[in-house]
Design a protein around this ligand. Structure first.
Ligand SMILES: NC(=O)c1ccc[n+]([C@@H]2O[C@H](COP(=O)([O-])OP(=O)(O)OC[C@H]3O[C@@H](n4cnc5c(N)ncnc54)[C@H](OP(=O)(O)O)[C@@H]3O)[C@@H](O)[C@H]2O)c1
Length: 193
C-alpha cells in the first residue's frame, strides 16, 4: 500500500537587520560597538529605526558566536523569550539564566534553516557579519536590511566578504532620518522575495 506523502514544511526564511559605519564595518577590530551605541543615543525618543517592526516578523534568532559574546555582556539580555541559536564550531558557554532560550549549534546554514522550518519556524533573524556572509554565500539570505550610520571607522570587522559570484540585490525600501541614518532593505537575487 502506498503511504501518504509526509507533508514537508519549507525552510525558515532568513532575514538580516544590521547597522554599518559609512565605510561598511559592523564593529571595531576588537568587536567594539561603542561608536554605534553613541550614534543610537542621538535617536529621538520613540524612534528605533524600524527594529521593533522587524523583530516582530521573526520567530527566532540565529547569531554568530562573536555576536553572542558581545551581547551576553550587556546589562540586560535584549531578546526576551525569543529562541536564539548561537552558531559555533568550537562551542561557547551559555549562562544559566539563558538556558532554555539559547541553544548552541554547529549546523550548516541550510540544515539549520530546514530544521527550524520543520519545527514550524517561518522566519529567523540572522545576525553577525561572518554569519550573514556564510548565509549569503550559500544563497540562503532572503532579505537584508542595512542601516548605514554617519561615521567612518577606517578599519574594523566588515559586513560583507568574499562571494563565489556577483550577487544582484533588489531594492525593497530606502528610508533616511534627519539624524543621518540611511536604511536600505534588499532582496538578494534568487531569493523568493
Ligand atoms: N553593527 C551591528 O548592527 C552589529 C550586529 C551584530 C553584531 N555586531 C558586532 O559584530 C561582531 C561580531 O560579528 P563577526 O562578523 O565578528 O562574527 P559573528 O558572525 O557574530 O560570529 C562568527 C562566529 O560564528 C561562528 N559560526 C558558526 N557557524 C558559522 C557560520 N555558518 N558562518 C559564520 N560563522 C559561524 C564561528 O564561531 P566559532 O569560532 O566558535 O566556530 C565564527 O567565528 C561583534 O563585535 C558584534 O558586537 C554588530
Amino acid at each position: 500500500m502506498t503511504q501518504p506523502a509526509t507533508p514537508t514544511r519549507p525552510r525558515a526564511r532568513a532575514l538580516g537587520f544590521i547597522a554599518t559605519s559609512a565605510d561598511g564595518f559592523i564593529a571595531r577590530e576588537d568587536g567594539g560597538i561603542d561608536w554605534l551605541l553613541k550614534l543610537h543615543a542621538r535617536m529621538p525618543q520613540g524612534e528605533d529605526g524600524g527594529y521593533a517592526a522587524f523583530i516582530a516578523r521573526v520567530d527566532a534568532l540565529v547569531m554568530g558566536r562573536s555576536s553572542f559574546e558581545q551581547v551576553v555582556g550587556f546589562a540586560e539580555w535584549p531578546y526576551g523569550e525569543l529562541p536564539v541559536v548561537v552558531l559555533s564550531r568550537r562551542g561557547v558557554a551559555v549562562p544559566a539564566a539563558l538556558q532554555g532560550r539559547v541553544q548552541v549549534s554547529s549546523e550548516l546554514p541550510r540544515a539549520l534553516l530546514q530544521r527550524l522550518g520543520a519545527q514550524g519556524v517561518a522566519a529567523v533573524y540572522v545576525d553577525g557579519g561572518l554569519t550573514l556572509q556564510s548565509f549569503l554565500r550559500e544563497g540562503l539570505l532572503d532579505e537584508l536590511t542595512v542601516t548605514t550610520v554617519p561615521v567612518l571607522l577606517g578599519r574594523g570587522r566588515p559586513l560583507f566578504g568574499p562571494l563565489p559570484h556577483d550577487l544582484g540585490l533588489g531594492l525593497r525600501h530606502v528610508r533616511h532620518w534627519p539624524f543621518g541614518f540611511v536604511q536600505c532593505a534588499w532582496v538578494p537575487e534568487g531569493a523568493p522575495g
